[in-house]
Design a protein around this ligand. Sequence first.
Ligand code: GLN
Length: 508
Amino acid sequence: MSAPTDWTRSTAAELAQALADGSVTSVELTELHLARIDAVDGAVHAFLHVDREGALAQAAASDERRAAGETLSPLDGVPIAVKDVLTTEGLPTTCGSKILEGWLPPYDSTVVSKLKAAGLPILGKTNMDEFAMGSSTEHSAYGPTHNPWDLDRIPGGSGGGSAAAVAAFEAPLAIGTDTGGSIRQPGAVTGTVGVKPTYGGISRYGLVALANSLDQAGPVTRTVLDSALLHDIIGGHDPKDSTSIDQEWPSFTDAARSGAAGDMTGVKIGVITELAGDGWQPGVMARFTESVDLLVKAGAEVVEVSCPSFVHALAAYYLILPAEASSNLAKFDAMRYGLRVVPDGDPSAEDVMRATRDAGFGDEVKRRIILGTYALSSGYYDAYYGQAQKVRTLISRDFEAAFASVDVLVSPTAPTTAFKLGEKLDDPIAMYLNDLATIPANLAGVPGISVPSGLADEDGLPAGFQILAPALEDERLYRVGAALEALLAQQWGAPLLDQAPALEGAPR
Ligand code: GLN
């Protein structure tokens, strides 16, 4: 007799198949993932809130539908975790901040509505850097998430909780958000797949804004196909978001399935000159070069492409983002909802606001509010914010010029593998540098994916391969990403996460 299947190790596509052929029920799957959360999340801390009852009720409803011969989507019954920056009706949504502790949103974000309409049970809400500011999840007011590959290391950020939940087999799927890399960089350092769609491809309604012109929600999964399946469900036009693109999207699932055949004939790939070289970890570069070679062997044509403005992307981002964030976070004023701290004596409304914001926001949030307010102040506006917007235009032009001659651009996703918890916490610039390769896509609104490219020789930790496509051409990410994944699987002999050290017995 063969050993029972450990469904928590299966991909979402496999789970969908198992549900369809009756090998397992959604309630069983949901219980297994909840049990896995019980077993390992004390050590990983990927979740801020687990909704046991809600998830099991949704799973039971899915099983009933299926028994009646009705399913809502290909992923009906497959459980999922959601980053705590997306509103969930009646379920806590903290954005990793004390200022929203205990807040129960009165409505669902569109992404969450779509998940519910597609029948995916929601396991809970995942940990994140406060208001999505950070690259390590150490800025969460509720304590850091640990990388399942090495619990002393960071899982990336700001969406470290979603990536760690998927990497630790606590959830087969998760939702992240990416403003400067918070889906892709956690993907790279945890060996998971993460997609930042074209700006406007996925509704931002109910996504608590960090920087409206940069934010985009997207899939966090263990395979490219799973991301495609999820993207097909959460994407599409939403009249509630004025920046949502009103067009029909192709099937990303079909794109991933066709890419998995591994034929790259006719595909032209540009390696970005500026996103490699000094300061990039040798093991990360080695896995990157190897992946490029595999794509060439599969028929792709590879050229080097210079994007000269990319060297200014980080500086521009850290003016534009704080400017938008400082204005967005003004709404947390103790008057409407969330935390309210009333100082002793006879405090004025301003005193209450000051005390609440002082107690409710962490250091990184305060740093960016100050930076953004300064950059927007009259007298400095042109010198800082205005200049940054010009750089943003130059970056878009670099992308346009590059995509005139290549189909996709590639780079390593992050300059290093996962660093130690605490290592960069006191050095904001060192922290910001993690997003060197991911930020340009947000500034230009183009889509990007991070695909695991293997383990770095020097530390045995996962490295990520980033693929970028022109706006609206997300399909290409799935085609090339699935091809690379298939080619690399021949090298590894198994999906990368099968090599991850087991977490059971891990210290707590
Ligand atoms: N790490 C980047 C920042 O701190 C990106 C954040 C994000 O994508 N949400 O702003």
